[in-house]
Design a protein around this ligand. Sequence first.
Ligand code: FE2
Length: 198
Amino acid sequence: MSPQQQVLGIIRSEHQSLGAVINALRHVFDEVARGTLTPDYKLAWSILYYIEEFPERLHHPKEDQVLFPRLRAHDPQLDTVLDALERQHANGRPYLDALKTWLGRMEAEIPGAAEEFTKRLNTYASFHDRHMADEEEIVLPRANEILTEQDWQDIAASFAENNDPLTSGTPSSSAWFRQLFRRIVTLVPEPWGVGARR
Ligand SMILES: [Fe+2]
């Protein structure tokens, strides 16, 4: 596999994992709101941890610190779109903070909290889908046009460093997040995961 294919594969597969986890939460809580599924709060908090910390620690740094600066160097006209995407990376946090607040209220069975959580989760999912689509439909195709073989090699090397085995086992390593992803898939009820329905 060429460094270019490696880099594109990593970005896309991280988007897929994130998208899948956000969607799983959305589907599960749609059903909870309809009363067809019992809420599993431990699972919901694990998913919120994943969608908050995985991008922050492993995904956004690859884009903000490695890929985007290379693109800016080749094509300053990309500044506008890359500035917007970087702002969105930072703007995700208030959405997630609100989701945590409403999940906690829902767990405390505060009236109306389930509806508010579901509404905010859907808004967050749309925001995130649009963000990833812009990266995949605008940024990655442009990267294919302007980056050189050397750029791809350097980016692939930086991505590999961010996979440091010395940190494996800590809740910030890619190995730990892969394990958490597998646990989430095991716990999310069918048909969105492989867990039992309760
Ligand atoms: Fe991304």
